[in-house]
Each structure stands twice: as C-alpha cells, then as structure tokens.
Design a binder for this molecule. Structure first.
Ligand SMILES: Cc1ncc(COP(=O)(O)O)c(C=O)c1O
Length: 395
C-alpha cells in the first residue's frame, strides 16, 4: 500500500465516521464555509451560484458547451423528480431499468407523475444489460426515454452505463442517468458516454453537505422542455430560465450549503478531480474489502460489479451475530455503518466515500474484528443460501 498519500484529518468534533452513502463525513473547511451568512439576492451569492454551475460542468468536460447545470433545492430525490417531470413529455413513455431501491423509486416517481412507463426489474442487484435494453426498445416503439441508476446504492452495484447508452442511442431513444452516488468519482464525460441529462446531489462524491441536487442537461433539451413539468417548485426549466436571466435561484436557496459546496468543489479540484477522487475511494474499498474478507465476511457482488462507492456484505450465519449489536459495537469504535437493503438475505453495507482514506479503512476492519470477538462470533461466513444467491449473479 502506498504511503505517499497524506492522512486525512479525522472529524474535528470527534463524531463517528459516516460509512454511509450520504450524508457523509465532510472536511472541517467545508463545515467552516457555512459560518458566514449570504443574502440570496446579493451579487456575492449570485457569483457563488455561477461558480457552482461552472464547476460542475467542468467535471463532464463539455468542451462544446452543449450542457448546462441547474441546481435544485432539496434532497436528491427532489432533483430526480425535477429532472424526470421536466424532461419526460406528458405523452412520452419511459423504460425504467431497475435493480434495487433507487430504480424502484424512479418507477414510483413515474407513477406519481402519471407518465407511461415500463420496468425491466432485475431484482436486488443483477445488472441491466445492453442486449435486453435493445430488445425491449425494439419491442415497444412507444418508448421515448430510458432511465438508468448509475451506481445502485442499495447493493453498491455499478451498472454498465456505456453499453446501455450505446443500446439506447442505437435505437434512437434518449438516456437519463441517476448518478446520485457516483458523480464526481466515476467519469461521465460527455465525449465518452452519450446521455441527455444526469442528476446528483451535494452530499455525495463531491463531499458537500445535504441541501440541494443538480441536473446537468443538454441546453437544447432544456430549451425544448418548457411546460412539461407537473410542479411549480420542481420545474427545472423555470429554474434554468430564472438563473440564466437573474443569476438567482427562484425560491429561497440553501445559501450555507452552496458556500460549503464551493469549498468541497475546490477540494475536489485540488485532489485531482474525478480520477483522483475515484482512485481514493477505490483504495478505500480495496483495503476495506480485503480486510473484511480476511475476517471471513463475503461480499454480495463479485469483483466486476463492485463499485468504489459502497459495498454490501452478507451477515454471518453464526447465531452469535446480530446486526443491531454489530452496529452498536462499530459505533462505539467510531464508525457508523449502514443496514442492508436486500430482500432475500440479511446484509449490511459499508460506504467508501467521504473524508476518509485507506488508513481509516484499516481501522474499520480492526473495529469489525474486535466487534466479532466481543459478540463471540467464531466465523463470519454467510449462510449457504447467501452464497447460492450470489452464484446466480455469476451465472
Ligand atoms: C442512486 C440514488 N438515487 C437517488 C437517491 C435519493 O437521494 P435522497 O435520499 O437524497 O433523496 C439516492 C440516495 O442515496 C441514491 O443513492
């Protein structure tokens, strides 16, 4: 393991690390940026909003200036709903690619919006593949748009966005990407992957605090989508038009969150951008997964589908193991982990994103070892049913 990376400072207030998919552990400078108040109408804040939009556009390397960035108040789901409600025409039809909770939520949003849609449901964690998308699009000419979750955070699977984009555009349809938990750490350069718009939020891989999401979308699409949206507050086109005209958000902006986000964006740039951020998360994952496997834990996913964002582990079969106890013991050692979201077998998740490095991940593994010992767990191996479930994925 390289020692050339300086250690990241631990949380200054002594709070536990958040090994979760967000809100996540943020740096002290990010928190400090929130100590000033800003007037939402003031030129200083308008300049901050402009910097935020430009800084995010830099990350997709849109050299032709075809895209724009529109931030939207609220959590990530608000931004997803804003993107879908604003861009899917009322007479459009959406193919939702679902392999976990966030794919399901996309379908739920379509149901709320009353937009026609069909779902390819791959269950808890099987990836949607390009050939099945091509088949579905060939079978139903009414489908206009496809929505994909980039990293399905409920299992941690990194879905194959390139092959899906190819299938979608070969069939002459449009792709929308929920890259909530991946954007900023995994490349989505417009020169590499074709899509109409992506959505993410402040408190994921850019390492800001929660309070707004953002959509990076083709300007031609924004210009052509006026009047689609079902909602006043979530109308992305109206937000875009107002920002273009006045430099302001339409309704009260999360001023402190924007200030924190600019500090987070500057740190992202200083670290080396998307590639370096992704590489740090990958080291976090590799150290943590290797250590957990050495303790006997098994990952849900095989290497190929493991994201550097969050990893799902099966709960051990040993009757001495209890997730509630494990959670409490990990928290007492300074680490907040995350429960699993699988429907078939018991699991838990450990996130790799946020202000932490491989040294922290070694401490996480040591804490897990101590917690197992304290519970009297002899063997962290999962039940046979869990391994059988995993074999389905490999098939
Ligand atoms: C892929 C994905 N989509 C959507 C969301 C929803 O974001 P929020 O919980 O901020 O509304 C999340 C949250 O983690 C996510 O990981």
């Amino acid at each position: 393991m390289s020692a050339s990376f300086p250690r990241i400072d631990p949380p200054k207030m002594g709070e536990p690390y958040l090994l979760t998919p967000g809100p996540l552990t943020t740096s002290y400078p990010v928190k400090q940026a929130m100590l000033r108040d800003f007037g939402s109408w003031d030129d200083d804040f308008r300049a901050m909003t402009a910097r935020l939009r430009a800084g995010l556009l830099e990350l997709i390397e849109d050299r032709e200036g075809a895209f724009d960035c529109v931030p939207m108040q609220g959590s990530g789901t608000f931004a997803v709903e804003s993107m879908l409600g604003s861009f899917i025409a009322p007479d459009g039809k959406v193919l939702v690619l679902s392999n976990g909770a966030y794919g399901k939520r996309t379908a739920e949003i379509m149901r709320y919006l009353g937009r026609a849609h069909m779902v390819i449901d791959k269950g808890d964690y099987m990836p949607p593949r390009g050939d099945e998308v091509a088949q579905a699009l060939a079978a139903d000419p009414a489908i206009t748009d496809v929505v994909l979750v980039h990293c399905e955070t409920s299992s941690g699977i990194l879905n194959p966005v390139e092959e899906i984009s190819e299938a979608v555009y070969r069939a002459g349809r449009r792709l929308f990407i929920d890259s909530m938990s991946a954007f900023g750490a995994i490349d989505l350069k417009v020169s590499d992957i074709r899509y109409e718009a992506l959505v993410s939020s402040a408190n994921k891989c850019i390492e800001g605090v929660p309070g707004f999401g953002f959509v990076l979308a083709r300007k031609s699409l924004l210009a052509a989508s006026r009047g689609n949206c079902h909602s006043l507050s979530l109308d992305l086109v109206a937000q875009w038009e107002a920002m273009e005209k006045t430099g302001q958000w339409r309704f009260t902006p999360p001023t402190h969150v924007v200030a924190a986000f600019l500090a987070a964006l500057a740190a992202h740039r200083a670290e080396g951008g998307v590639a370096a951020r992704g590489a740090r998360y990958q080291r976090n994952r590799d150290v943590m997964v290797a250590g957990m496997r050495a303790l006997g834990f098994e990952t849900l996913l095989k290497e190929r589908w493991l994201s550097p964002i969050i990893v799902t582990f099966f709960c051990p079969a040993d009757p001495a193991f209890s997730f509630t106890k494990f959670y409490a013991l990990m928290k007492a050692r300074g680490f907040i982990i995350y429960p699993g979201k699988l429907t078939v077998v018991d699991s838990f998740r450990i996130g790799c994103i946020g202000q932490m490095d491989e040294y922290v991940m070694r401490d996480v593994v040591a804490a897990a070892r101590d917690a197992l010992q304290e519970m009297g767990v002899q063997d962290a191996a999962p039940p046979a049913a869990a391994l059988a479930e995993r074999a389905r994925l490999a098939a």
